[in-house]
Design a protein around this ligand. Structure first.
Ligand SMILES: C[S@@+](CC[C@H](N)C(=O)[O-])C[C@H]1O[C@@H](n2cnc3c(N)ncnc32)[C@H](O)[C@@H]1O
Length: 270
């Protein structure tokens, strides 16, 4: 296959930026070239230009989506950055059993959303919150969303879930499903998933009491990051908690927020 030309590379990265906000510098060219090359070979296409032509078509058979998946990472796991969940539990326990809603805004395979569901189920059973709570998980990729709805995971992804919680909220696979864990139906029923592109206007889906926007801002350039954060924060009620990945630094936005701890913010009244 011919090498990825600068012109085609720029056209691919421009398309990714305009459509889903992903930002790739020149230094990412070898990485992008190798990730797409295997896909192009599998599809039996002639090269990068044919692939670009395919993902630009409205009727691309889901290939644009596949390209986004190839160029981003969906890495996630249960109870990632546990301090965030401890903060959420403490905050919600002081809420006088009012209705609660949480948004996992780049949910990937659903690990984050089900982590929150485990936590809220436990808080409800301990009488620290009421029974009226809901969780929404959204992502741009329908491949990960389909998997999130199925809610079946390799054991390793639940390595930070303690044994007792695992027993109460999950079913262990046997025979051919050995090594897999499925979230119990009672927990799955509490979580809804839907497709949402953070780089497009968001219809009113809130207001939420807490929003998790973790480990997705890394893909965006500074201007897109700011737009995405402000857009997402319109769906958080004033006083609500906002989480980003601790490695993602400061939260760039015009919306007033108070820093509480690494990656944890409170939305202030405008
Ligand atoms: C690394 S995962 C983060 C999963 C989870 N929040 C966590 O911290 O473990 C990043 C997710 O962001 C999603 N993503 C990337 N660009 C997006 C966009 N423009 N809108 C919505 N989701 C996007 C990817 O599909 C991927 O599933």
């Amino acid at each position: 296959m011919e090498a990825l030309s600068d012109r085609t590379y720029q056209a691919i990265t421009r398309l990714m930026h305009e459509t889903v906000g992903l930002s790739f510098s020149e230094s990412k060219k070898p990485l992008i070239s190798s990730r797409l090359a295997s896909r192009i070979q599998r599809l039996g296409l002639g090269g990068f230009e044919d692939y670009l032509a395919l993902i630009q078509q409205p009727e691309d058979g889901g290939e644009f989506q596949m390209a986004v998946d190839l160029l981003t990472t969906n890495e996630t796991y249960f109870f990632r950055e546990p301090a965030h969940f401890e903060w959420l539990a403490k905050e919600f326990s002081q809420g006088n059993k009012r209705p609660l809603s949480v948004w996992s805004a780049a949910s990937s395979f659903g690990d984050e959303a089900y982590t929150i569901a485990m936590l809220l189920t436990d808080l409800q059973q301990q009488g620290r919150i009421g029974s009226d709570w809901r969780i929404l998980g959204t992502d741009i990729s329908d491949r990960v969303l389909r998997s999130a709805i199925e809610a079946t995971y390799p054991e390793d992804r639940l390595r930070h879930v303690d044994a007792e919680r695992l027993r109460r909220h999950c079913l262990r696979g046997e025979g051919p499903s050995e090594g897999l864990i499925q979230i119990r139906p009672a927990l799955r029923e509490r979580v809804r998933f839907g497709q949402l592109n953070l780089c497009r206007p968001i219809e009113n889906i809130g207001p939420f009491d807490a929003v998790f926007l973790r480990n997705v801002l890394i893909y965006f350039d500074p201007a897109t990051k700011r737009e995405v954060v402000d857009r997402v924060l319109t769906q958080l009620r004033p006083g609500g908690l906002f989480f980003i990945g601790t490695a993602e630094g400061r939260v760039p936005c015009a919306t007033p927020v108070q820093v509480l701890a690494p990656g944890i913010f409170r939305k202030l009244d405008a």
